[in-house]
Design a protein around this ligand. Structure first.
Ligand code: SF4
Length: 423
């Protein structure tokens, strides 16, 4: 069987707002490319004996005449508009096309008209049935894989080794037992956590062609006993294995503020050198940024060699006043000068999307706008234009007043010097 995987383009911050180019130039923010873990993982789950190729639309033009028995397009919501355009073109060219990834999994009725079939959820265990049906001459409308305790090793090698941020994405678990209103993880990967065996994670890290990587699962920092026990085992094993690759992870204030001193020092020994702190999503920014325990924890992390990059989420209904003052104070108190700003985005498959749809607050279903750089819903206490204006002003204000040299040094400390390949 010949399988051709396709990773559709998605619009980045600087494409939507080229006026920000000057203020963020030099920070490699807003236009980088990364190898897509979901598609690489789906390819990794294909049983041996088949021929695989891949086109990343960020890097090369798709070949609609490609010699393939099946074209497999994997995508999350910001890629969906392009994924549908590509699927339609491949089908017009006579190809059989299957769609998979987060968006078709959480919103199959939106994706189905563009594909011959959908592969929902993880790919493990589904390919054999798909191939069998293809040989018999017809795909079913939908297949579902099953989260297994052993994850397929992702085929990142299929992505062309050029122009990517030199950071891989590594998964430690699937699913989540917490139902955050803005998150697709429970509806995409299931409620409850399936942990990946530590040995498999180490093998994945060792095989990465990049000097650094991002842990995809922020629930790795959850406070409960099971998660803590898992991360202590993982960080110990990383440290003992002599791992030299630098890692980073996203975390919410509630989880970061409870990290214990022994965990922080073990994280640093395992070379987990940055936390990407997501602020303003679970609680309004004003409340989160006033949390003195968090401020002290961030200082403790920095003291141990773990940098914190703040991601400020704007658009919470309770956060409609200018927040420059509270952000400035927070950054000053914590010594933060790595930051990004995101506009609240109700992703399909989340309770937030369902609620906003019910209230008639969604302004568009052009999925290319669901990238955190556009206002796609009607805020309760201000106009969409006012929110967008505040967002753009914050980027300009933050990157207009910081010390570039200091930030560059922090970048190197947080990520190592080899994250960007300038070719
Ligand atoms: S945001 Fe994190 S904690 Fe909340 S449901 Fe998603 S994965 Fe779980």
């Amino acid at each position: 069987m010949k399988l051709h995987f396709v990773f559709p383009r998605w619009t980045k911050l600087l494409e939507d707002h080229p006026g920000l180019r000057e203020v963020v130039s030099g920070y490699d923010i807003g236009n980088f490319r990364m190898v897509g873990l979901g598609l690489a993982a789906a390819a990794g789950a294909v049983p041996p004996g088949h021929e695989l190729s891949l086109c990343d639309e960020h890097v090369s033009e798709p070949d609609f005449g490609v010699d393939a028995d099946l074209v497999c397009i994997g995508f999350f919501t910001p890629q969906a508009t392009n994924a549908y355009r590509l699927a339609d073109r491949f089908r017009q060219a006579g190809k059989t096309v299957i769609g998979g990834g987060i968006h078709p999994t959480v919103f199959p009725e939106d994706a189905a008209p563009h594909f011959d079939s959908l592969l929902c959820g993880p790919a493990e265990g589904a390919w054999e049935r798909i191939f069998e049906d293809l040989r018999r001459g017809g795909l079913k409308p939908r297949y579902e894989g099953k989260a297994q305790s052993s994850f397929a090793q992702p085929r990142r090698d299929l992505f062309q080794n050029s122009g990517y941020l030199r950071a891989g994405v590594v998964q430690t678990a699937r699913g989540c037992s917490v139902d955050c209103p803005f998150c697709v993880v429970p509806s995409n990967a299931g409620r409850g956590i399936v942990f990946r065996p530590v040995e498999e994670v180490l093998e994945d890290i060792a095989g990465l062609a990049f000097p650094c990587f991002f842990f995809a699962d922020e629930n790795l920092l959850f406070p409960d006993v099971r998660n803590r026990e898992y991360r202590m085992r993982l960080f110990s094993a990383m440290s003992e294995s002599g791992n030299r690759k630098i890692s980073f992870i996203a975390g919410y204030p509630q989880f970061v503020r409870q990290l214990k001193a022994d965990e922080i020092s073990l994280m640093a020994r395992a070379k987990m050198q940055q936390i990407y702190l997501v602020l303003g999503l679970r609680r309004p920014l004003r409340e989160e940024l006033a949390d003195r325990v968090l401020v002290e924890k961030m200082k403790e992390l920095r003291g141990a060699g773990v940098e914190v990059m703040a991601s400020f989420n704007l658009g919470n209904d309770e956060d409609c006043e200018p927040v420059e003052g509270v952000i400035e104070r927070f950054c000053g108190d914590t010594g933060s000068n790595l930051a990004e700003f995101i506009i609240h985005t109700p992703f399909p498959g989340t309770p937030m999307f369902a609620e906003m749809e019910k209230e008639g607050r969604l302004l568009t279903k052009d999925w290319s706008k669901y990238n955190g750089a556009n206002v796609v819903f009607a805020p309760k206490n201000e106009s969409p234009e006012a929110l967008l204006e505040r967002y753009l002003a914050l980027w300009k204000w933050f990157y207009g007043h910081i010390n570039q040299r200091e930030v560059s040094e922090r970048y190197v400390r947080a990520f190592g010097s080899g994250i960007i390949r300038r070719d």
